[in-house]
Design a protein around this ligand. Structure first.
Ligand code: FEO
Length: 140
């Protein structure tokens, strides 16, 4: 399966969109992994590091915009990091079982990322767009 970022996922900020594209690329790589232990480990490590980086950039962006749903969004990010950490540590403990990184993990990752962007990230996009149009109405 090919996992791509599509323009309907744009949150209106290039650097955040670029982060999301990179996350899709990593998940795509995991999807096509040849199941060698080191390879899977390295992708999971990169996925975790990149996700943490993205989340903190995005959280800063929401904070700067004064987005009121920040706390709720932070919880979503924390839950995902916890889930990913569980997968990583389970895989580290049972490296002889590459099936752990099987279809269910891949489809969860794909679904989660797409849904999170569409349902959660879009909330701050809508808020920021609303603020901007409100500001331009007032400021002319
Ligand atoms: Fe782009 Fe809230 O993750």
């Amino acid at each position: 399966m090919n996992i791509n970022w599509t323009s309907d996922l744009s949150v209106g900020d290039h650097s955040i969109d670029d982060d999301h594209k990179e996350l899709f690329a990593l998940i795509d790589e995991l999807d096509s992994a040849d199941m060698s232990h080191d390879y899977i480990n390295s992708i999971l490590d990169r996925l975790k590091a990149y996700t943490r980086g993205h989340f903190s950039r995005e959280e800063e962006y929401m904070k700067n915009a004064g987005f009121p749903g920040l706390e709720e969004h932070l919880k979503q990010h924390e839950n995902f990091i916890e889930w990913l950490e569980t997968i990583r540590s389970t895989y580290a403990r049972f490296p002889q079982s590459p099936f752990i990184i099987g279809d269910s993990v891949n489809s969860y990752l794909q679904r989660w990322l797409r849904q999170h962007i569409l349902e959660e990230d879009m909330k701050y996009r809508d808020y920021i767009v609303g603020q901007e149009s409100h500001g331009s109405e007032q400021g002319g």
